[in-house]
Design a protein around this ligand. Sequence first.
Ligand code: ARG
Length: 490
Amino acid sequence: MSASESDSTRRRRARKAGASGMPGSGDATVGDAGLLRGRFVGGVHPALDRINRSFSVDRRMWREDIAGSTAHARMLGEQGILPAKAVRRIHKGLAQVAREFEAGTFVDHPEDEDIHMAVERRLTELIGEDGKRLHAGRSRNDQVATDMALYLHGARERLTRKVVDVQVALVALAARDGELVLPYYTHLQRAQPVLLGHVLLAWVEMLEDDRAGLAGPAGRDLCPLGAGAGTGTTFPLDRRATARELGFAGPTRNSLASVSSRREVTMAAATMATTATTLSRLGADLVLWCSREFGFARLGDAVSTGSSIMPQKRNPDGAELLRAKAVVVSSSLSRLLELQRGLPLGYSKDLQEDKPALFEAEDTLMDMLDVARAMLEDVSFDGAAMSAAVEDPRGYLLATEAADFLVRRGVSFREAHEAVGALVSAAEARGVGLADLPDEVLTAAHARFDGTLREVLTTGAALSARSIVGGTAPTAVRRELAAWKRRLGR
Ligand code: ARG
């Protein structure tokens, strides 16, 4: 190569020769000086190509990419930037590309670095020169931000629908077995009696908060298309029209923020993480309940697994994996935050890594929701085991009732707490329940105690006394159950 040879001569010669070697590298390069390589000599290093290429990951956004291009092309036509004939051809071509993706017949090409390049490359193959006109006034920076925003619409909808499925399964269980009584645990120690319906509806309510988070910021959802590389564009684009066509509330206000921000992706991942965390706790409870030690629940065959050595085992792997997979989802959130930490304002290729993180969170959570639903649709409860745990006289689940009894007789709660503490240790020493203590032990613990205390020391009394809003009384739980049935349309 002569020193006087111009850059363009070198480029032309390299392109003619096809793939060329990279100086100082033994590896053959990938491709020729392709679509974006007008200023380079030869192809790209294969290792760089491997980490740069994102098509295998972002091809799942083909619908969004084609929808964005369709809207962009229509608007270019309406603004007189492209002739109507070109727009018609582009629309026809894009529809054909969509059919190929839909049918699974789309054939990859080495030039398909990402979904945007792939669609444009195939479009141009199909319709020729007009395909090359589509990218006017646009950059992959605003394109990918638009694709992701559109993708989030769909993902949020898919996920919220599945959360509702889990809620519906929980409500069905509450309707079936909600009046069973079990211990409520704090610190995993038996604390107070509670209705199973109250427990199940607690999960429904926690999932409702997750669902609302997943549904996202309604009405504040803006379209980045038209932000260009990050400074806008010289063409008179009608950003309101493309935003409207794509279902956004309007265009974003600042083009630089539009291509730099991954806030919505991050917030979506955050709500996926909280949802997965809720499911992990549901899974953890199921694991405990299915143990022989608790014996409260039994999972059906389809949602239980065996052991490779112990023939008797009925393992709750699904529930265990709800615990474990929550880590996969929450680590996606960490990845997204870490990707953006300290990143200079503007588009950087780092941001391409938002997609594997988001998609992994979504896919994992979708599976988790399916598993949770399947387990809840195939679980049975052992009311006798639950009730035995509640009625175990040495569990002292009704100690709070004794304290409240004194408070109703004018004693301060702190004084009552201490008196009942003495009562519990007296009962413990005798190995009996509170209601089994003789009257003189009661009055020794506090002068305001008498035999009528035993009337409040029953599980039924403790439950029905909690008819307050949000309480576990059967009347309150039935009210809540009816409200959830209405709300979920069951
Ligand atoms: N595949 C890229 C991504 O997902 C698209 C944007 C590329 N923009 C660029 N200027 N290289 O982030």
